[in-house]
Design a protein around this ligand. Structure first.
Ligand SMILES: [Zn+2]
Ligand SMILES: [Zn+2]
Length: 163
């Protein structure tokens, strides 16, 4: 479980008041310590506090995202997923065939951040990047050809396609 107190301190530094509703949402994010949809987070919050509704959870998550405390990412599972931002950030390799998700370190993105900034003056922020493609297991299975080159994230394939 992540350090709740440290997270609350960071949030306060932005001048955000920690209400009891916000505190329980932050605590839930710490307990989960993984990607979760707003619905999942709401379900867990509701175990402690029935008066926190889904729209409050959404609003709070969006504010935390804007404060750069959590990330909001489409990992190809059909919903936005939230996670506390790491320092340094982590990213993911997501297989569009089998749906497997692997971690990717931040090193490569540091070089890309500098290159983009130098070329365009734009300062990119790579918080939590989903990289879609085909994993080595699926490629070895000889099923990579049909999807190679597809840039559009697809939903996780059915069970039948995985066998
Ligand atoms: Zn992640
Ligand atoms: Zn795969």
């Amino acid at each position: 479980m992540r350090e709740l107190q440290a997270l609350m301190d960071r949030v306060r530094e932005y001048g955000w008041r920690i209400t009891r509703q916000r505190a329980i949402i932050l605590q839930t994010l710490c307990e989960l310590d993984r990607h979760a949809s707003a619905e999942e987070i709401h379900e867990r919050v509701a175990l402690h506090r029935r008066d926190v509704d889904l729209s409050t959870v959404y609003r709070t998550l969006e504010s935390l995202r804007d404060l750069h405390i959590i990330s909001q990412t489409d990992l190809g599972r059909g919903c936005a997923e939230f996670e506390i931002l790491d320092e340094p950030p982590h990213h993911h390799l997501i297989c569009t065939r089998c749906g497997s998700i692997h971690d990717l370190g931040h090193d490569r993105f540091e070089a890309m951040t500098v290159a983009i900034h130098q070329e365009t003056g734009f300062f990119p922020r790579f918080d939590h990047v989903p990289v879609f493609g085909v994993c080595s297991a699926c490629r070895q299975g000889g099923r990579a050809n049909s999807v190679e080159g597809t840039a559009v994230p697809r939903s996780v394939p059915n069970k039948e396609e995985q066998t």
